[in-house]
Structures are given as structure tokens and as C-alpha cells.
Design a protein around this ligand. Sequence first.
Ligand SMILES: [Fe+2]
Ligand SMILES: [Fe+2]
Length: 154
Amino acid sequence: MQAREITEQLRELIQLDVDAVHAYDQALRALEPTPAVQGTLAEFRLDHQRHVLELSQALLRMGENPPAFSSDMKGFVLEGVTALRGLTGPEGALKAMRGNEQLTNAVYATVLAKPLPAEILAIVRRAYADEQRHLAYIESALDGRVWEGGEART
Ligand SMILES: [Fe+2]
Ligand SMILES: [Fe+2]
């Protein structure tokens, strides 16, 4: 892979993870009535911040500046960020986040199918494992539990 293609892939993932942090910000507000779920998703938000950090470090090592992490960044990749605006209720927030994580997982899988250098492959693989865990948890929270009075019951 050409260096330029690699840095493009890194930028795409960084943008995706920045979007995810914003989406989690909004979802966490909607999840206030369900503290256990909210706590777990707060950890997922940190995973995405770590991905932004590690992918940005990889870009810097390739001699490129990473995109700025601005809170008013426009042109979200994740449609679920928009869907979350004005949303209330834990179940709706989880459904929007399921869509976001499905897209995130699909993009990571596409990037991983490319012939990345070993060092970058290791970073992306680790991050993808986090993404798979995020999606699995959100799916189990939606599918395996009964929503009663806004709280998920196992
Ligand atoms: Fe990520
Ligand atoms: Fe995720």
C-alpha cells in the first residue's frame, strides 16, 4: 500500500471515531435513567477517544498532522449522530447507537481487509475488537432485556 492510501485510511477511521465520541456524548444524556447502561457506554466513549489518540499517533509517525478534534466538526460520517439530536429515552438512544456501531464495525472491517503495515494493522485490530464488543453489548441490551420504566431488566 502507498503511504498516501494508508494515511487516507487512518484519517477515515479518526473521523469515524471522532463522530462516535460525539454520538456517545448525546446518547449518554439520554441514558441518564439507566445508570448501569450509561456507565458501560461511558467506557465505550473512552475507547473511541483512545482510538482517535492511537490512530493520530500513527499518522504523526508517518509525518502527517492528524485532523483537529473540534467539537463543532461538520459533515458527520455517522448518520446516527444526527438521529440522536433531540432524542429522549434510553431505548431510542441505544437503537441509534446500534446503527452507529454497525457502520463503525463495517468500516473497520473494510480497512482491515487492506494490506496495512504490521504496526498499523496491530492498532486497527485492537480497536476493531473494541468495536465488536461495543456492538455486542448494545445488541444484548436491546434484545435480551425488558424495558420497564426506562430501566433495562435482565
Ligand atoms: Fe474506533
Ligand atoms: Fe464503538
